[in-house]
Design a protein around this ligand. Structure first.
Ligand code: UVW
Length: 326
């Protein structure tokens, strides 16, 4: 496989300029007011499915350059209680004095906490500034727009005007393959397989939809704690998403695509084609199992999806707890 076919596809699917020279929303522009209304009309049963994984130290992120979130308490009711037995060696401590000054003699007791995490170490959105090649990001913005101060273009907080909310469509590839736990790593999911899964499920994917792909990776992680990669979308699926004018795609695995690329020297080609060329954001580590079971039980695979990122200034990604409503 040559990089020529990758570059030819990039030229075919590129959305630069489609929504104006200053656009930073990319394919989220495809989510119109009609689309939002259509999605809301899909809520008929009052069922709610949180799709975010737990944020904590037992998550799936102990790999390479990322770690699981670290949660710490900064103050708790016990701090106030312990003031009564504080020794002279602590009495002069600025924090003890601060707590004593604030809580001493008051009825109030409270608990506060703090989290340190990679913004990519939970159920998340990748912002369009997450990846690039040839020194250009989506819509031609220079790679230099991201510095150690953050992203001055295409940061995750730029997309919050879109919600992000739309009609969600779940494609259950693990179920379509009849696999118990997960699609096997290295067995790429090809465009034909997406078409076949949608046909088998009796669902159509159209403009402005957010497609959720279940590979079974999260099921495997939950049952075995195994964090090794599973299959994901092959880069040729970028054109499948472009032909249908999909607004975003999210998966239950670590990278949406299969990290074993069939393009030498191009490790994450689907990331590059979707985020950089199409302006289409990726969601990763979403837990789709309960939603998939319910959709399979009654044969309806679409729903309202409400998936706003956090408004983190200049960030290239954001954790979230997306909600599917049926
Ligand atoms: C990379 O690993 C570069 O990206 P992601 O977190 O989107 O998989």
């Amino acid at each position: 496989m040559t990089s020529d076919s990758f570059r030819a596809m990039a030229d075919r699917i590129r959305n630069w300029g489609r929504w104006g020279e200053d656009d930073e929303l990319g394919t989220l522009n495809l989510i119109t007011a009609d689309k939002v209304r259509q999605a809301a009309a899909l809520v008929t049963e009052g069922k709610v499915f949180p799709l975010g994984i737990s944020i904590g130290e037992t998550g799936p992120q102990e790999l390479l350059f990322r770690r699981n979130p670290l949660h710490m308490m900064t103050i708790d009711g016990g701090d106030a209680r312990s003031l009564v037995r504080i020794g002279p060696e602590w009495a002069a401590h600025p924090r003890a004095q601060e707590v004593a000054g604030f809580l001493g003699g008051d009825l109030l007791r409270f608990n506060d906490d703090f989290i340190a995490m990679h913004l990519q170490s939970a159920s998340q959105w990748d912002a369009l500034s997450h990846v690039y090649y040839d020194e250009r990001m989506y819509n031609g913005y220079p790679a230099s727009a991201v510095t150690s101060f953050g992203a001055s273009r295409l940061s995750i907080d730029r997309v919050d005007v879109k919600g992000i909310t739309s009609r969600g469509v779940l494609l259950d590839l693990a179920r379509a393959r009849g696999e118990e736990l997960h699609c096997q790593h290295g067995e790429h999911i090809m465009p034909d397989e997406l078409t076949a899964a949608a046909a088998a499920q009796g669902v159509e994917v159209g403009p402005g939809d957010i497609v959720l792909v279940r590979t079974g990776w999260m099921t495997k992680f939950r049952t075995t704690r195994d964090t090794s990669p599973s299959a994901g979308l092959n880069w040729r699926c970028a054109e499948w998403l472009r032909e249908r004018d999909v607004a975003a795609v999210a998966a239950d695995n670590s990278q949406v695509e299969d990290p074993v690329s069939d393009l030498a020297g191009n490790m994450l080609p689907m990331h590059l084609l979707c985020l950089r060329d199409m302006g289409l954001a990726f969601g990763e580590y979403w837990d789709l199992d309960a939603l998939a079971d319910t959709c399979a039980a009654d044969g309806r695979w679409d729903f309202q999806l409400v998936a706003p990122p956090l408004r983190i200034t200049g960030a290239v990604g954001s954790p979230l707890n997306p909600i599917a409503l049926r």
